[in-house]
Design a protein around this ligand. Structure first.
Ligand SMILES: [Zn+2]
Length: 315
């Protein structure tokens, strides 16, 4: 018996892997019927192997899941990237190209007792009228007019259609100024006085007032750089604590996104005549880019994790 046990024990590893002939298997199974010790030994060999195999399967499954997540994220990432490109292209083709002053750019007509009509030259595809009180002109009101076109309109609008708008002047004198937004002086288009004999008096004179581009966007850019430097300092001091470091990186990505979108929208020019447009576009674009950067950050860490799994450092 003892001798047969030794033979069976030698065969057990092969038998557990189904690597023995039918005859040998039959011999081993016959022996199990008579020998509980060998049967128990066999179960001991078999158990850890199946546990090990289950472990491998689980970690493969985890790896598969992570790969799937990466694939989904890559798709989303591509979508974000394409959207960023589209928004940037939109920003470029819709940027206002301000019309320089010329005679006939804006015609002023009286349409009723309290209303004036402005008619723009056919090349103007958009405009803005800012009607406000100005203490320098006493009782009279002042209307600052800007007119522009865009690359998009230049390429695709049929042109020739004249834009017009009505201005409510409430029977008060009114000064109409054209703001060229090119660093030049503002031009007085006409004076309107409801009590004068010649109610609309064309002017065409400059009043020595220059509307300067606004610097606010430049300040926001400086703020973004300051925030970035601050987060880098925080990162340097917490980089050994993985969780805080991760969150610091996530926060730091926003100023990066803002700086990138600022340069896409405004180029290297720190000033802007169309501050609201530029700022809202920059914020919108920065949110998109931020989403993309967060995803990229995430994928990068996931890939690191997977490398670690492959090297057997995890699980
Ligand atoms: Zn035995």
């Amino acid at each position: 018996m003892k001798n047969e046990c030794n033979i069976v024990r030698d065969l057990l590893p092969l038998y557990a892997e189904n690597m023995v002939s039918d005859d040998t298997a039959a011999f081993v199974e016959e022996h199990f019927k008579e020998c509980d010790a060998c049967k128990k030994e066999y179960e001991k060999i078999k158990e850890p192997r199946s546990v090990q195999r289950n472990g491998e399967a689980a970690s493969l499954q985890k790896l598969g899941r992570k790969l799937k997540i990466i694939r989904i994220r890559t798709v989303v990432f591509t979508a974000v990237f394409v959207t960023v490109l589209l928004v940037s292209a939109f920003a470029a083709v819709s940027a206002p190209i301000y019309s320089p002053y010329s005679e006939g750019l804006v015609t002023v007509e009286k349409s009723s007792d309290s209303k004036l009509t402005l008619i723009f030259d056919g090349n103007v595809t958009d405009f803005d009228c800012d009607l406000h009180d100005d203490p320098e002109y006493g009782d009279a009101r002042v209307c600052d007019i800007e007119a522009w076109t865009t690359l998009w309109d230049k390429w695709f609008s049929k042109g020739g259609e004249k834009l017009s708008t009505a201005i409510e002047c409430e029977n008060k004198p009114l000064y109409l100024f054209y703001v060229p937004n090119d660093g030049g002086e503002n031009i007085c288009l006409a004076k309107y006085d409801p009590k004068a004999e010649n109610q609309i008096e064309p002017d065409g004179e400059t009043k020595g007032v220059i509307t300067l581009p606004r610097l606010v966007l430049g300040y926001y850019l400086i703020l973004a750089f300051a925030a970035l430097i601050l987060t880098v300092i925080v990162w340097l001091s917490v980089r050994k604590r993985q969780n805080i470091r991760l969150w610091t990186e996530r926060v730091a990505l926003y100023p990066v996104a803002y700086i990138i979108s600022y340069f896409i929208i405004s180029g290297i020019n720190p000033t802007s005549y169309s501050i609201n447009r530029d700022f809202s576009l920059a914020v919108f674009l920065s949110l998109l880019i931020y989403g993309g950067l967060l995803l990229a950050h995430n994928i990068w860490y996931l890939k690191k994790d997977i490398k670690a799994i492959n090297r057997g450092k995890k699980f």
